[in-house]
Design a protein around this ligand. Structure first.
Ligand SMILES: CC(C)(COP(=O)(O)OP(=O)(O)OC[C@H]1O[C@@H](n2cnc3c(N)ncnc32)[C@H](O)[C@@H]1OP(=O)(O)O)[C@@H](O)C(=O)NCCC(=O)NCCS
Length: 155
């Protein structure tokens, strides 16, 4: 499969909403939230796409009062999983956050989301706390954090 990363655009909104619906049973972004992230938020919104369709997205949010960016959302379409799409998205988000002056990237992940936990651990995130009842269905979140101050070693 041949795909590339690019900045998300407003024209991607329907595909983003469809992907979100496919990827999450609850706590989903709706079209209004995606539109805000794309047009108004201090954010980096990236998508992975092939010639025909959107394969994944990732969003980082920044705040003026902290150098810690937040990996706010990420999902990869079912058919595109296990091929490094999320890895490429997270690394591109980390590079974008570093370029914004961030020294760390934080996130929250469901404690029962083994795929995402595996992804984040592999990419250098470490657990930094537990947030009981964080999600709509009462599930706990694990808060994770990756230090961005050190440039990654090229292999
Ligand atoms: C989590 C998710 C984004 C991973 O996307 P992906 O493109 O398949 O991930 P990658 O191919 O880049 O995998 C990178 C690493 O993640 C981990 N991983 C991915 N899928 C996994 C699975 N099903 N079980 C365990 N670990 C998994 C592995 O460590 C993997 O490295 P490896 O291939 O060397 O074993 C994808 O499963 C997804 O969209 N899930 C639904 C939405 C979601 O949960 N988002 C995260 C919210 S915090």
């Amino acid at each position: 499969m041949s795909w590339r990363l690019r900045r998300a655009a407003v024209a991607d909104l329907p595909a983003l909403v469809a992907l979100e619906r496919e990827a999450f049973a609850s706590d989903r972004f709706n079209a209004r939230q995606f539109r805000y992230l794309l047009t108004q938020a201090r954010a980096t919104c990236l998508v992975a796409a092939d010639d025909d369709r959107l394969l994944g997205y990732a969003v980082a949010l920044y705040r003026a009062d902290t150098t810690r960016g937040r990996l706010y959302g990420i999902a990869v379409a079912d058919a595109a999983r296990g091929q490094g799409v999320a890895t490429a998205l997270v690394e591109a988000i980390a590079a974008a956050a570093r370029a914004q002056g961030c020294t760390a990237l934080g996130l929250e992940v469901r404690a029962d989301n083994d795929a995402a936990l595996g992804l984040y651990r592999k990419l250098g995130f470490v657990a930094a706390g537990v947030l009981p009842g964080y999600y709509e269905d009462g599930a706990a979140a694990i808060r994770m954090r990756r230090d961005l101050a050190v440039e990654p070693q090229s292999s």
